[in-house]
Design a protein around this ligand. Structure first.
Ligand code: F1P
Length: 347
């Protein structure tokens, strides 16, 4: 929460309730396509941002893993913005993709933890987080701080494009400033999640489901569990479950459902019912309203505060990170130094 608050403070002007980005020497309103490129957890932060840019700023977004992007022949629009996200700012695939886009005349923006990194130096627009170095290998606070920067950037685009008026901008800023307190409220569930971890630790496979901007959280939750507890996990868009993964469901596959209440909730409830009808054990992560509506037949529930959709991905990152952490502790794996993983993948 502290580093998310610091990050937000550097992109928002709380007194004036405005979004304030570093000086930009290009015309933001002329940008009609954004290409996001990143790896791992940073890629999932980018995928959340795709939803935000499209929803709030109505800018179409392409997104790709840097490890794919650099080996295909991507079609880049003239004058487009290429946005790179990286904790280290040194990931080889992401840096190579950045250099390719630069040669193609794209405006280069990067969201990095390290303002002196190679990616930072090559960018036209540097958007640092205030996450500081991660203690372990797996990216955690970098993710929530990246989301904080990207939410401010999406709001800035929307303001510049005239899609958010002064009042709407103030409301968005207010909600973003609530994020650190909501993250603290989410962290209060630490003990409860530690107990629940014993239900997940024996599993061989775990499925994570989410919709909209919370779908990338399902991917990130699955990645964190794989990275530090070595349990096979998959993240899916809730509505995609019936197109394949439903075949995996039985009483041995826990299904973690990330579903804040709201317009998409009903749909997710019917996906949960499909799981439960096949003996699947659901862990529902939702707010009070969602849990009252659909928590009854779940194996476990984790109650998040009710939050604005723009900050839900930041807040819901906490329970999925805590769950992965406690499952790893229950299994006795090395949380800070997971096998086979490098802090910065530079080859
Ligand atoms: C990307 C990344 C991390 C992951 C691990 C390996 O790094 O995939 O998300 O946690 O450390 O590298 P970065 O480009 O964000 O530094």
């Amino acid at each position: 929460p502290t580093v998310v608050a610091q990050t937000l403070r550097s992109y928002l002007r709380p007194g004036e309730q405005r979004v304030a980005l570093p000086q930009i020497d290009f015309d933001i309103t002329a940008i009609d396509r954004i290409t996001i490129v990143a790896c791992g957890t940073s890629y999932y932060a980018g995928l959340v941002a795709k939803y935000w840019f499209e929803q709030f700023a109505r800018v179409p977004v392409d997104i790709d893993f840097a490890s794919e992007f650099r080996y295909r022949e991507p079609i880049l629009p003239k004058g487009g913005l290429a946005l790179f996200i990286s904790q280290s700012g040194e990931t080889a695939d992401t840096l190579a993709a950045l250099q390719h886009c630069k040669k193609q005349g794209q405006v280069i923006a990067s969201v990095v933890n390290v303002p002196t990194s190679s990616m930072a130096r090559e960018s036209d627009l540097l958007l640092p987080t205030h996450a500081g170095p991660e203690i372990g290998v797996a990216s955690t606070k970098a993710f929530t701080c990246q989301l904080a920067v990207l939410a401010a950037l999406a709001a800035h685009f929307a303001v510049k494009k005239g899609l958010l008026n002064r009042n709407e901008e103030a409301i968005i800023v207010e909600h973003l400033l609530e994020a650190p307190a909501c993250l603290n409220a989410a962290l209060d569930h630490d003990e409860e999640i530690a107990e629940m971890a014993h239900l997940i630790a024996p599993a061989r496979d775990v499925l994570y489901l989410g919709r909209g901007a919370d779908f990338p959280l399902a991917l990130e939750g699955a990645l964190k569990l794989k990275e530090i507890s070595y349990i096979h996990a998959e993240g899916y868009a809730s509505g995609e479950m019936k197109h394949g993964p439903i075949a995996l469901i039985d009483d041995k596959v826990p299904v973690i459902v990330l579903a804040p209440s709201g317009p998409l909730f009903e749909k997710t409830v019917s996906n949960m019912q499909e799981v439960q009808a096949r003996g699947g054990k659901v862990v529902l992560i939702s707010d009070k309203q969602g849990i009252e509506q659909a928590g009854e037949d779940c194996m476990a529930v984790i109650e998040m505060p009710k939050v604005h959709p723009l900050i839900a991905p930041l807040v819901y990152a906490v329970p999925v990170q805590l769950l992965a952490y406690h499952v790893a502790v229950a299994k006795g794996t090395d949380v800070d130094q997971p096998r086979n993983l490098a802090k910065s993948v530079t080859v």
